[in-house]
Each structure stands twice: as structure tokens, then as C-alpha cells.
Write a protein that binds this ligand. Structure first.
Ligand code: MTE
Ligand code: MO
Length: 249
């Protein structure tokens, strides 16, 4: 028998898609809720995302264009020898009392890696893609960026709007990226402190790096020293070399 989607099924699929793109503001059918909860990479996302959503329904359209999930793999498929590329901003010695400077509007504070480790941990195995022509299945662990935002209640410009961008930099300011907020709140975007289940190596961005699977590798900043929300498009290392600012996949 030929299988076609009934209109109900079609709507449900659309709803799921819209939800994954955070396009659904308030209403989630029970079936979708269950489906979301059974998905390892979306689990836990609902409550915090809803909070962010309440701040901003205007971003819905933007987020819809960002609704896809990068394909995921099993841990056994992950590369043991993770490729290394790019050491800009990693040269200086690591501070012993490493702190990340965070700024969002009036809020300015510093956090430690342990502060982040206290938040729910998320692991992801996905195909990391460098624009220079290589890719690799890699396994990372850390905290979802959106969980970090919700925990500290940052990213909101006012009651209804999020800031448009997140700027991130190494502590020495040598490497820097700008990420559009819809991509930052994507459920697969994480602040990673582990690779293959172990603390990050220095060359891979110890003690904290960004992992943003919906973009090319050059956005995945290693050694995150500064996280700042803004409406002005932040400077971006590779974009200033002529590469695409959004680097979407
Ligand atoms: N601080 C910093 N982060 C960086 C880079 C860099 O040179 N410095 N290179 C980027 C590029 S182009 C890629 S492909 C990835 C490579 O990450 P890896 O060394 O863990 O493979 O890091 C990105 N993040
Ligand atoms: Mo890269």
C-alpha cells in the first residue's frame, strides 16, 4: 500500500519541525511533547526554550530558517584522533583561575568552568566540517548554550526581544566570532568542556570552547574568554578574511 501522510500527520510533522525551530510559541500537542522528550538531543530543551521564547516571538521567522538539526552519530563512530586546526588565540599560558567574562546589557559578570559543569550536561556526536575541506565525526560534551542563557537570564534586550548576536573571543582577543542568536540557541549548540568524554586538550580549546554543528568549524571558537550579547554584528575573524559571516551548513 502506498503510504501517504494524512493531513493530520503532515500537520504534526510540520509542528515538530516548527517546534525544533522554536517557532511554536505556546501550544505543543501531547504527542509532540512525548516525541520531543524521547529524543536525546532535544530532551531538556523545552522548558528553557519556552522561557527564551516568551521573550521573543519576533525571532520566530528567523528561527524557522534555522530549524534543521545536524545529523547525529553514535559514540562508537566518533574519531579517537581528533584533528587539530588553528591556534590563533591559544598561545598564551592558561590562567589558573580561568574565568569567562559575560556581558548582556546591564549585566556583567564572570563565570568559572565549574559553574557551567553544574548545569545539565549535553553530549553530541556529529560531523564537524572545516571549510578548508575536511570533516570528521566528533564527540563533544558540555552545556547547551541556551541552558547557559536561561540559567543566567541573559540574552534578552527587553521584555520581548533577544539581542541579535553573540560575540565571543579568546581571552587575549586574538580570535573572535560573531554568532546570530537563533543559531546560538539551537539545541545542538554547546559550550563544550569535554571531548571524547575527557576534559578538552589545550589545542582543542581547553578549558571551554564553542561547538556549533549548524555552522562551519571556524565559528566553533576555542578557548572562550568573553561572551557578549549585542545588536551590532560582532567582528568575526574569518569573515574579515572574506569568508561568509553566517557560515551556515
Ligand atoms: N581560538 C581559536 N578557535 C578556533 C580556531 C583558531 O584558530 N583559534 N580555528 C577554527 C577553525 S578554522 C576550525 S576548523 C576549528 C578546529 O578545531 P579543532 O582544532 O578542535 O579541530 O576551530 C576553530 N576555532
Ligand atoms: Mo576551519
Amino acid at each position: 500500500m502506498k503510504e501517504e501522510l494524512t493531513s493530520n500527520q503532515a500537520i504534526r510533522r510540520k509542528t515538530i519541525k516548527a517546534f525544533l525551530g522554536f517557532g511554536v510559541a505556546s501550544f505543543v500537542p501531547v504527542g509532540v511533547w512525548k516525541w520531543i522528550n524521547s529524543s536525546p538531543y532535544v530532551n531538556n530543551t523545552l522548558a528553557p526554550l519556552r522561557k527564551v521564547l516568551e521573550f521573543n516571538e519576533k525571532l520566530t521567522a528567523k528561527m524557522l530558517s534555522n530549524s534543521h538539526l545536524a545529523p547525529i552519530f553514535s559514540k562508537s563512530q566518533a574519531e579517537r584522533k581528533v584533528r587539530f586546526n588553528g591556534a590563533v588565540g591559544l598561545q598564551s599560558p592558561l590562567e589558573e583561575d580561568y574565568k569567562v567574562k559575560v556581558e548582556s546589557g546591564e549585566k556583567k559578570f564572570e563565570i568559572t568552568i565549574n559553574d557551567l559543569k553544574a548545569l545539565p550536561k549535553q553530549e553530541i556526536v556529529f560531523e564537524f566540517k572545516c571549510i578548508e575541506g575536511w570533516s570528521q565525526i566528533q564527540h563533544w560534551g558540555g552545556v547547551r548554550f541556551v541552558d547557559f542563557m536561561n540559567h543566567y537570564q541573559i540574552g534578552q534586550k527587553d521584555a520581548e526581544n533577544l539581542f541579535e548576536y553573540v560575540a565571543m573571543e579568546t581571552p587575549d582577543g586574538q580570535y573572535y566570532v560573531g554568532v546570530d542568536t537563533p543559531s546560538a540557541v539551537h539545541p545542538q549548540t554547546i559550550l563544550a568542556y569535554e571531548m571524547n568524554g575527557k576534559p578538552l586538550l589545550k589545542k582543542h580549546g581547553s578549558p571551554l570552547r564553542l561547538i556549533i554543528p549548524v555552522k562551519y568549524g571556524y565559528k566553533s571558537l576555542k578557548r572562550v574568554g568573553v561572551i557578549k550579547f549585542s545588536d551590532e554584528r560582532p567582528k568575526d575573524y574569518w569573515a574579515s578574511l572574506g569568508y561568509d559571516y553566517f557560515a551556515g551548513l
